[in-house]
Design a protein around this ligand. Structure first.
Ligand SMILES: Cc1cc2nc3c(=O)[nH]c(=O)nc-3n(C[C@H](O)[C@H](O)[C@H](O)COP(=O)(O)OP(=O)(O)OC[C@H]3O[C@@H](n4cnc5c(N)ncnc54)[C@H](O)[C@@H]3O)c2cc1C
Length: 470
């Protein structure tokens, strides 16, 4: 079947040749050693890692849409270290392992670049660094606690920069101060997703596209049931991102909330004039972070978080089409780059973010089913962390006792969200409070106790994390 291009976001449209074909759907009864459900970055990295370790292993991916059709083909392509989440990492993993994992995550950009160079696939890798800054006085220093925790271990991945330096580096005058991580990079998410798919197919991994798992029979060997067939597998790995909420054991562990992006047409001269051509990607310190980057073909790409909240068992269709919050994205452009405020958006889109309470991704086996594994909760940071997820999930699936299967991110599914409809109502109240707090912070006004306590319930996000222990 010819791959559908119309209706997809710009990253996938740009990454796909007009004559591309989907992999066939699953028909009939099949078997595999490992069946992976979900062909996003996490599923594909896991498949590749399994084959790297055991070249003879029979691995199959079952994907409801096309590989990369989920969040992996429609993110902002920011490859960030996870040092901003160091404290949460330390609380789960202990100091030694948190530092080890922090270094692994920080190496992700380099690892991605090296992997795709070796495969001769261009993912538009650009190492411009990342600025995490403050757009109001109340946010200045949001990063100091993290910097202090890191400094206790002689770690200094960030450099503090002042407003003038930020203006010199990026052209914006909206940031009052910030920190700079020179290791961060941007990639083209569509080219990364489709490139990964190409490598998966090159390695002989079976991929079944347009094949949603409808049911999972859990007794060993498990059976993944799809509309026209099934796969019996000794081990199953669930990498379904936001759609993991369809698995009852994971439902109360993940809050699904949309993020949205937009792009202008290519505007190289204007970006050059503003001082933002091929410059660092940026994020502010709001609880609902807003960010900017530019693309390889010199489009301006703003992004915002804090969109639609999925109700219970999520219906993927809710995340299709153009963003319904272009006006909010426009406001964020107006604040950051007033000279771009009137430049039309050539396109916009949105997609699901699977947030955990801590803001860290978590892994493990379903209670009572030690042969069914999960990886969820990339919380807006999956471009870098899914690479490591592949290692962790491969170690779990191969029952290898090593630093991956033994790390502190391997833990039982968290149970922190109440059942529906309380969860949906509660999440909307918290979201409203976060927005109110971000707004009042910019007016230099103190939020009231209700807004403060509700906003305090926000799960970890892109720069923020929560220190939690279960
Ligand atoms: C707008 C936006 C901007 C973002 N920006 C960034 C960024 O700049 N940097 C960053 O690091 N991260 C970012 N992210 C997050 C990042 O995209 C994700 O963390 C990452 O793609 C997660 O990969 P995944 O494989 O877990 O999920 P996905 O790519 O969503 O893959 C899950 C797959 O499972 C499939 N699936 C679901 N249910 C079933 C089923 N029943 N049967 C079969 N298949 C199923 C889906 O179709 C999907 O393809 C952003 C996300 C969004 C939405």
């Amino acid at each position: 079947m010819k791959t559908r291009i119309t209706g997809r976001g710009p990253w996938l449209r740009e990454a796909m040749a007009p004559d591309e074909e989907d992999e066939p759907s699953l028909i009939g009864e099949q078997r595999a050693d490992v069946c992976i459900v979900g062909g996003g970055y996490a599923g594909m990295w896991t498949a590749l890692e399994l084959r790297r370790r055991q070249p003879g292993l029979d691995v199959a991916i079952v994907e409801a849409d096309i590989c990369g059709g989920g969040a992996s083909g429609r993110n902002s392509g920011m490859v960030l270290s996870q040092w901003a989440k160091y404290r949460a990492l330390e609380s789960f993993c202990g100091t030694v392992d948190a530092i080890r994992l922090g270094e692994v995550f920080a190496h992700s950009a380099t690892a991605l670049d090296a992997f795709f160079r070796a495969e001769k696939i261009d993912i538009e890798f650009r190492r411009d660094g990342w600025i995490w800054g403050a757009t109001c006085q109340r946010h200045v220093g949001s990063w100091r606690g993290i910097m202090a925790s890191l400094a206790m271990h002689n770690l200094a991945p960030f450099r503090e920069i002042d407003a003038q330096t930020i203006t010199a580096m990026t052209g914006t005058r909206a940031f009052l101060a910030g920190i700079y991580d020179p290791t961060a990079a941007t990639i083209h998410p569509g080219k990364l997703a489709r490139g990964l798919r190409r490598v998966v197919l090159r390695r002989g991994i079976r991929v079944y596209e347009n094949t949603p798992m409808l049911r999972l029979d859990r007794d060993r060997p498990a059976t993944v049931r799809t509309p026209h067939g099934s796969i019996r597998a000794e081990r199953v790995v669930l990498t379904m991102n936001a759609w993991s909420t369809l698995i009852p054991e994971l439902r109360s562990a993940i809050l699904v909330i949309a993020s949205e992006d937009a792009v202008t047409e290519p505007i190289p001269e204007l970006l050059e004039k503003l001082g933002y051509k091929e410059k660092p990607l940026m994020g502010d310190s709001q609880l609902f972070v807003t960010g900017f980057r530019t693309t390889g073909n010199h489009r301006f790409n703003p992004g915002i978080t804090g969109g639609v909240i999925g109700f219970g068992g999520l219906n993927g269709a809710r995340f299709e089409g153009r963003s319904r919050r272009e006006d909010v994205i426009r406001d964020c452009v107006r604040r950051g780059y007033p000279d771009l405020a009137e430049v039309p958006f050539a396109d916009s889109w949105f997609g699901p973010i699977d947030r955990t309470r801590s803001g860290l991704p978590l892994f493990g086996a379903l209670p009572r089913y030690p042969h069914i594994f999960y990886g969820y909760g990339f919380s807006g940071n999956g471009v870098s962390t899914t690479l490591t997820a592949g290692r962790i999930l491969a170690s779990l699936a191969l029952e290898e006792k090593d630093e991956w299967s033994g790390c502190g991110l391997v833990r039982p599914p968290e149970r922190w969200l109440p059942p529906e409809p309380i969860r949906y109502i509660g999440a909307h109240m918290v979201r409203a409070a976060i927005k109110q707090k971000d707004r009042l912070d910019h007016l230099d006004r103190e939020p009231g106790p209700i807004v403060r306590s509700l906003a305090g319930l926000a799960p970890g996000g892109i720069t923020t994390s929560r220190v939690t222990k279960n």
